[in-house]
Ligand binder design. Structure first.
Ligand SMILES: Cc1cc2nc3c(=O)[nH]c(=O)nc-3n(C[C@H](O)[C@H](O)[C@H](O)COP(=O)(O)O)c2cc1C
Length: 290
C-alpha cells in the first residue's frame, strides 16, 4: 500500500511499483479477496466505538484509489480494465461493509474527481464511478482529488488558491445521482460554503485546514458575526511543508497549546520528521524490526 510508511512496513499495491519513494509488491488474488472483510471489520470497530458513520477512502492515492487509477492498476484478472473492472474491489468493499454495519448505519465514500496525474483517473472515469456508486447503498459521496505522488502537491499543501477546488465536478455528479454529495478542498470562507450549497452543486461541504485553524468553525459559521479562519501566509513553500505545519497545529490543539503555537514551515517540518522517526523506534521496540 503506497501510503504505508516505508521505514516500518512492507507495502503492497494493485501492481508492483519500483520508483523513487514508491515501492510496493503487487497483491495476489488472495490479498485482494481478503480486503472486503478487513474494511468491514474496521467499520464495525468504528461503529462499536460509537462513531455515527464511516467513510470508505477511495481517493487521494490510497490503496482503493490505486485500484481505480490505470497508472497504478496494471492487473489482468478482472480487477482492471474499464472503470467497472477497476471499481470491482471497491464495490466488494462497499457490499461487505454494508453487510457488517447494517442498513441504518451511514456509509460515505471519498473519491477523486481526478488523480491530477497524466495517465491516471480522469473526470470521465470518475463520472462512471458515480454512476456505479448510485446503484449501491452508499449514503454520501465525498468528492476530492489529487494523489500523494512524488512531486505532485497534496491539495492540503496549497498555501494559496482562492476558492473551493471540486464544486464544478460536484455539479456534474449531482446530475447523475440522487445520493448526497459533499465536496472537500479549498473552502476558506463562510460565503464560499453558502454559495456551493445554494448553487445546488453540493449538499454539504467538508473542511480540513479551516477547522485546524478554528475547531469551532462550524458553530461560528452559524453566526455571521464570527468571521472566517485567518489562513496563514508563508514566505516559503517547501514540498510537504504546509501539511506538516497543519499537523503540528493539530498537535498543538490536542495539547491545548494553540495560543502559543508559532512555528515557521521549516521548524514544523523538522519537528514532524523527528516525531515520526521517534515513533518508528517505538514501533520497532514493540513489534520488532519488520
Ligand atoms: C494536517 C492534514 C492532514 C491530512 N491528512 C490526510 C490523510 O491522512 N489522508 C487524506 O486522504 N487526506 C489528508 N489530508 C487532506 C484533507 O483530507 C483535505 O483533502 C485537504 O486538507 C483539503 O481540504 P481543505 O482545503 O479544507 O484543507 C490532510 C490535510 C491536512 C491539513
Amino acid at each position: 500500500m503506497k501510503r504505508s510508511y516505508l521505514p516500518i512496513s512492507q507495502p503492497k499495491g494493485p501492481s508492483t511499483l519500483d520508483i523513487a519513494e514508491l515501492k510496493c509488491e503487487g497483491m495476489s488474488i488472495e490479498d485482494i479477496e481478503a480486503l472486503p472483510a478487513m474494511y468491514a471489520n474496521a467499520a464495525m470497530i468504528a461503529k462499536n466505538a460509537g462513531f455515527g458513520g464511516v467513510q470508505i477512502h477511495a481517493g487521494h492515492g490510497f490503496l482503493l484509489s490505486q485500484f481505480l487509477s490505470p497508472l497504478f492498476n496494471r492487473r489482468t484478472d478482472g480487477y482492471d480494465g474499464s472503470i467497472e473492472g477497476r471499481f470491482r474491489v471497491v464495490y466488494e468493499v462497499i457490499e461487505a461493509v454494508r453487510e457488517m454495519v447494517g442498513d441504518a448505519f451511514p456509509i460515505g465514500i471519498k473519491i477523486n474527481s481526478t488523480d491530477q496525474l497524466e495517465g491516471g483517473l480522469t473526470e470521465e472515469d470518475a463520472m462512471g464511478m458515480i454512476g456505479i456508486i448510485d446503484q449501491t447503498s452508499i449514503d454520501l459521496i465525498d468528492i476530492s482529488g489529487g494523489t500523494y505522488f512524488p512531486g505532485a502537491p497534496a491539495s492540503s499543501d496549497s498555501s494559496s488558491g482562492s476558492g473551493p477546488y471540486f464544486v464544478s465536478f460536484a455539479q456534474r455528479a449531482k446530475q447523475i445521482t440522487t445520493i448526497s454529495i459533499m465536496a472537500t478542498g479549498g473552502f476558506k470562507t463562510r460565503q464560499q460554503a453558502i454559495d456551493a450549497i445554494a448553487s445546488g452543486a453540493v449538499d454539504m461541504v467538508s473542511i480540513g485546514r479551516g477547522m485546524a485553524l478554528n475547531p469551532n468553525l462550524a458553530n461560528d459559521w452559524l453566526n455571521i458575526e464570527c468571521g472566517d479562519s485567518k489562513f496563514p501566509r508563508f514566505d516559503t513553500n517547501p514540498p510537504g511543508g504546509v501539511t506538516a505545519w497543519y499537523y503540528m497545529r493539530l498537535t498543538a490543539l490536542a495539547e491545548d497549546n494553540k495560543d502559543a503555537f508559532d512555528l515557521d514551515l521549516e521548524s514544523a517540518m523538522s519537528i514532524y520528521d523527528a516525531r515520526d522517526e521517534a515513533r518508528c523506534d517505538e514501533w520497532r521496540q514493540v513489534f520488532g524490526d519488520v
